[in-house]
Design a binder for this molecule. Structure first.
Ligand code: ZN
Length: 340
């Protein structure tokens, strides 16, 4: 259907980006930004190593939860915002060290808290992007008939808080479909980052992203930037989403994360989209970290993989900036040609 046609076209488009399409590759070399000049250009390097490669960190930014100490379960919202008020300012030193431009995708409760909005505004000043992230109870937003009203509401709350329009969106529980994207387009969004390639959420009533591409692609005027998730892990005893290799410090060791980056480079992925929740750094606020020691090791993993990504020649960027660059530099033209 519509979505599949788009993905097929983008298969072609993506191979052009990763190096097999001569004209587009030339376009990409001409993109002017600080990182292009700093990329190493030895003759021994493969062509794909010389292309600008982009690194995005998307951070789901929600209220803290009270999670049980044992078991892989999320608990209820506590009404506290430690992850925004304390964790986000503390991460700033790490972002500055690597010139990272994080994208905070904020839920409606965060956007409604004046104290949280103040912190996020400071982040914007420092080069971060703030977008929206819609949860509707435990439902996948794309299954809810009133999804459009919820999207209008969260966008309105954002505009009230920031006096500007959000450009980037992620659905709660990654629950997105073509209807969602059409609504986002009407509301002025430019980027969606709800697609989790390889992962099938349909057993829980969500979308099945098994056949979706790992590289960014256009759906109308919206640039879809999937979360970086490679195929299944070997020797992994559990079923479900943790079986897949997410570029996500929550469920992988530092060396596993580095291997994911290396494999993504080998596959010619032009964009890495690492993700996590801000609350994962607060002990007990997510199922991933229970103690302060857990937070310490989480931060070590985060720092190690960022250093590795930077060493592989990726350039930090925000989602909305990536949208402008891709729209400017021929990627859209390529899609129009391929799609007829
Ligand atoms: Zn969420």
């Amino acid at each position: 259907m519509h979505q599949h046609a788009t993905y097929d076209m983008l298969g072609d488009m993506s191979s052009a980006i990763s190096g097999s399409g001569e004209p587009l590759r030339t376009d990409y070399r001409q993109i002017e930004h600080a990182g292009v000049q700093s990329l190493p250009a030895q003759r021994t390097q493969s062509e794909s190593e010389k292309l600008p490669k982009w690194f995005i960190i998307t951070i789901d930014t929600e209220g803290d939860r009270a999670c049980p100490f044992f078991g892989n379960r999320w608990g209820p919202l506590t009404g506290r915002y430690c992850s925004v008020l304390h964790v986000i300012p503390e991460l700033r030193a790490l972002w500055n060290r690597f010139s990272i431009k994080p994208v905070y995708l904020a839920s409606v409760e965060v956007l409604s808290s004046a104290a949280c909005v103040e912190i996020l505004k400071e982040e914007q000043q420092a080069g971060a992007e703030v977008g929206t992230h819609l949860h509707i109870g435990d439902a996948f937003p794309c299954n809810v008939r009133e999804e459009r009203e919820y999207l209008e509401r969260i966008t309105g709350v954002y505009e009230q808080a920031f006096r500007s329009s959000p450009h980037s969106y992620r659905a709660g529980r990654y629950g997105m479909n073509d209807g969602t994207l059409a609504t986002l387009g009407r509301l002025g969004y430019r980027v969606d980052t709800s697609v989790t390639p390889n992962v099938d959420w349909s057993p829980q009533g969500g979308p099945d992203y098994t056949t979706y591409p790992a590289k960014p692609y256009w759906v109308g005027d919206i640039l879809e930037v999937p979360v970086t998730i490679l195929g299944p892990r070997r020797w992994w005893p559990f079923k479900g989403w943790t079986r897949h290799r997410w570029l996500r410090p929550s469920v992988a060791t530092a060396s596993q994360l580095e291997a994911i980056v290396d494999n993504a480079c080998d596959a010619g992925l032009p964009v890495l989209n690492m993700t996590f929740h801000a609350m994962e750094l607060v002990p007990g606020a997510s199922p991933y970290v229970r103690t302060f020691i857990g937070t310490h090791f989480y931060l070590l993993r985060l720092e190690t993989v960022i250093a590795h990504i930077m060493a592989r020649g990726f350039e930090p960027i925000t989602l909305s900036r990536l949208h402008s660059l891709w729209a400017q530099h021929g990627v859209r033209t390529k899609r129009a040609t391929v799609g007829g």
